[in-house]
Write a protein that binds this ligand. Structure first.
Ligand SMILES: C[S@@+](CC[C@H](N)C(=O)[O-])C[C@H]1O[C@@H](n2cnc3c(N)ncnc32)[C@H](O)[C@@H]1O
Length: 371
C-alpha cells in the first residue's frame, strides 16, 4: 500500500485577497467522499474568478449541463471551480464561451490517494496520453511540490512518466482544495470557442471569457444594436458577434491602432471609427445595448478623473439610446460609476458579478433607465 502524500501545515499559498464571503464558501467541505456507483468521472468547470454562477447558467442554457443541476462551488486563487457529477453533463460536444477550462476527473478523493485511485490514474494517464502534471493546491492539507513529486514517483513505479517541472504538452491537472483532490484531463479550452485566437489580445484587453459573461448577462435578443464606445481592440464586440448573431455592432475608440486591430478581428461584422465617445455623433438613436470595458486601472485611468469621463460617456450613450436601452459595464472604479450615474440621474445601477481581472477586483454592472 503506497504511503499517503506528505502533509505539512504550511499552505503552498492561501486565497488571501478574496472577499470574505468567497473565503467562507471555500472553507465548506467539497463533497467528494462518495464515488458514484457507476464509476463515472466528476466534471470540473473553471472560470475567471467571480464568473462561476454565470458560467453555470450559460452551460445550462446551452444544454451542456442539466437544467436542475447543482454544482459544488470552490474558489481557487486564480479560478472559480464548479464540480459536477457526470450524470449532470448532457452534451458530448462541450462548448462554452464563459468557462476557461472544462475537465473530466476520473480520479478524485479526500485526504490521501489509495491504491485503487493510483491504478485508475495510471490507466487514465495511458488512455489520455498525458505527459505531465500541472497543479493548483488550495488550503493547507497538501503541499504542492511534495504531492506532485510523490504522484510522479507513484506513476513511474506503475510504468508511466509524468513531467512535473516543465511545460507538458498534454497535461493532466491536479487540483486540491483542502483535503479534496481531483486529477482531471482537459475536455474544453476557452481558446477553442469559435472566433477566439491565441494571439489577438493586446495589453489591457478584457479576457474574452469576461467579455462573454458581460454579453450573456445582457441577455441579447435578435435585432440588437450594440455600441461599445471604448471598443479598444474589439474583445467585447467579438464576443457580441458570436453571442448575438445578426446584431448591428458599432465600435468607437480614440486609439487608432486599437481600432485597426478591432477591424482585423471583426472584419465586416462591425462599424468601427476612431472617435471620442463622449462627443461623437453616430447619427442614430436606436442603440439597444451598450457594452463597455470602461477605462480603469493604472493604464487607462482618465486624466480628469474617471467619474467625469464616465458621466460624459453615459450622457452621450443615452443621446443615442433606444427606449428599453441597457448597458453592461465593467470597471474597478465603482465609486466613479456611482457618481456618474447619480449626476446623470434617472438611472438604475445593478450589480451583475464581482470579478477579478488580472488580479484586480472589478464589478460588472447593469445600467438602465429608471421606471
Ligand atoms: C480599458 S480599455 C478597453 C480595452 C478594450 N475593451 C479592449 O478589448 O482592448 C479602455 C479603452 O478606452 C479608450 N478610451 C478612453 N477614453 C476614450 C474616449 N473618450 N472615447 C473613446 N475611447 C476612449 C482607450 O483608448 C482604451 O482603448
Amino acid at each position: 500500500v503506497p504511503k499517503p502524500p506528505p502533509q505539512t501545515a504550511r499552505p503552498a499559498w492561501s486565497p488571501v485577497d478574496r472577499p470574505r464571503k468567497r473565503k467562507a464558501a471555500a472553507a465548506a467541505a467539497p463533497p467528494v467522499d462518495v464515488r458514484p456507483p457507476s464509476d463515472r468521472p466528476l466534471w470540473l468547470i473553471l472560470s475567471e474568478p467571480g464568473l462561476a454562477d454565470l458560467a453555470l447558467r450559460e452551460l445550462k442554457a446551452r444544454k451542456v449541463v442539466a437544467r436542475k443541476a447543482r454544482a459544488t462551488k470552490l474558489f481557487l486563487r486564480n479560478y472559480d471551480l464548479l464540480v459536477l457529477p457526470d450524470s449532470q453533463i448532457q452534451a458530448k460536444d462541450i462548448v462554452s464561451r464563459l468557462a476557461f477550462q472544462i475537465l473530466s476527473a476520473p480520479v478524485f478523493g479526500r485526504g490521501a490517494f489509495n491504491e485503487g485511485q493510483l491504478l485508475r490514474l495510471t490507466a487514465a494517464w495511458k488512455r489520455e496520453r498525458a505527459d505531465g502534471l500541472v497543479s493548483t493546491i488550495a488550503g493547507n492539507h497538501f503541499q504542492r511540490q511534495d504531492l506532485t513529486r510523490w504522484l510522479a514517483k507513484q506513476l513511474k513505479a506503475r510504468g508511466v512518466e509524468a513531467d512535473v517541472d516543465g511545460k507538458p504538452e498534454r497535461p493532466a491537472w491536479l487540483i486540491a482544495v483542502d483535503q479534496a483532490f481531483y486529477v482531471a484531463f482537459p475536455r474544453f479550452n476557452h481558446h477553442d470557442a469559435p472566433g477566439r485566437s491565441r494571439d489577438e489580445d493586446r495589453v489591457g484587453a478584457l479576457p474574452p471569457t469576461v467579455g462573454a459573461a458581460m454579453v450573456f448577462a445582457a441577455k441579447p435578443e435578435t435585432g440588437e444594436v450594440i455600441w461599445d464606445p471604448v471598443a479598444g481592440s474589439g474583445a467585447l464586440l467579438r464576443e457580441a458577434a458570436e453571442m448575438a448573431p445578426g446584431a448591428t455592432l458599432i465600435g468607437t475608440d480614440v486609439d487608432a491602432q486599437a481600432i485597426a486591430l478591432a477591424g482585423r478581428r471583426l472584419g465586416a461584422h462591425a462599424q468601427l471609427q476612431v472617435a471620442d465617445a463622449t462627443t461623437v455623433d453616430l447619427d442614430r438613436q436606436d442603440v439597444t445595448l451598450t457594452l463597455a470595458n470602461l477605462p480603469w486601472g493604472k493604464r487607462y485611468e482618465a486624466a480628469g478623473g474617471n467619474a467625469a469621463l464616465y458621466e460624459a460617456l453615459i450622457r452621450n450613450i443615452l443621446a443615442h439610446a433606444a427606449a428599453g436601452w441597457r448597458g453592461v459595464f465593467i470597471t474597478s472604479d465603482l465609486d466613479a460609476l456611482r457618481r456618474a450615474t447619480r449626476a446623470v440621474g434617472g438611472l438604475v445601477l445593478e450589480g451583475v458579478a464581482e470579478v477579478k481581472v488580472r488580479g484586480i477586483d472589478a464589478g460588472v454592472w447593469l445600467l438602465r433607465r429608471a421606471g
